[in-house]
Design a protein around this ligand. Structure first.
Ligand SMILES: C[S@@+](CC[C@H](N)C(=O)[O-])C[C@H]1O[C@@H](n2cnc3c(N)ncnc32)[C@H](O)[C@@H]1O
Length: 226
């Protein structure tokens, strides 16, 4: 499905969100900026066309690696990194079986990816495994708008308008019908925070973005002494 929409993915992201997606990714980089220092290594999982990996790479001195299991998405990401002169390795692999030793990364991120995994808990456990103690996680994902009237309005847009535009521009209406379906099955902001704690993350907090259309969850992997 992602291979089928890779070429139009960025255009549709920016169009369907009125460019708000860029602001959300910049916020992730702003929150993580103190950790994106020279000598550290960040992994962006389910990186798609690389927008978050690029934003993180441009926000600091950290080494950034992107990972996704969809080659056409990674091809777009690689081209963009070359154009922007960023040295970001993009690795083709499964987020549920990350090809890294435990405690490899100082920061792990996943944007609009966790929802797509066969197991949200399994994905969180893998992210926890590869994060070093004291390291930070950031999860950017669609969530549940908090104000009822706005929620109903957004739901109409998301379920009826977006699949039509997405289908017309990408040629794959199914992919843009899958989007609201997958969001409706995904845990809301409070439940995702609970799941993060259950997997072992500490200092878990979240921030609603654009009325809760999306949420940014942050956490850390505790040190043994914590
Ligand atoms: C909605 S896109 C998000 C891409 C990017 N992070 C962004 O913010 O635009 C979801 C991405 O998750 C990837 N993905 C889904 N399941 C995956 C898995 N099990 N392992 C690796 N990547 C996966 C897809 O290939 C796709 O590129």
């Amino acid at each position: 499905m992602f291979a089928g929409i890779a070429r139009r993915y960025d255009l549709l992201n920016h169009l369907l969100s009125a460019n708000i997606d860029r602001r959300w990714r910049r916020l992730v980089a702003d929150k993580l900026r103190p950790a994106l220092v020279a000598g550290t290594h960040t992994l962006d999982v389910a990186c798609g066309t690389g927008d978050l990996a690029l934003t993180l790479s441009e926000a600091g001195q950290a080494r950034v690696t992107g990972l996704d299991f969809c080659r056409p998405m990674l091809e777009v990401a690689t081209r963009k990194a070359q154009e922007r002169k960023r040295n970001i390795p993009f690795i083709e692999a499964d987020a549920l079986r990350l090809p890294f030793a435990p405690e490899t990364f100082d920061v792990v991120t996943i944007a609009f990816g966790l929802r797509n995994l066969a197991s949200v808990e399994g994905g969180l456990r893998e992210l926890f495994r590869v994060l070093r103690p004291g390291g930070q996680i950031a999860i950017l994902e669609f969530s549940r708008p908090v104000v009822p009237g706005f929620r109903a309005l957004f739901q109409f847009y998301f379920s009826h308008v977006l699949p039509r535009i997405g289908g017309l521009v990408s040629g794959s209406r199914g992919a843009y019908e899958y989007l609201p379906d997958s969001v409706s099955r995904f845990p809301d902001q409070k439940r995702l925070a609970e799941l993060m704690r259950e997997v072992g993350f500490a200092e878990v907090s979240y921030q609603n973005l654009t009325g809760g259309i999306a949420a940014l969850h942050l956490g850390t992997r505790p040190r043994p002494s914590d």
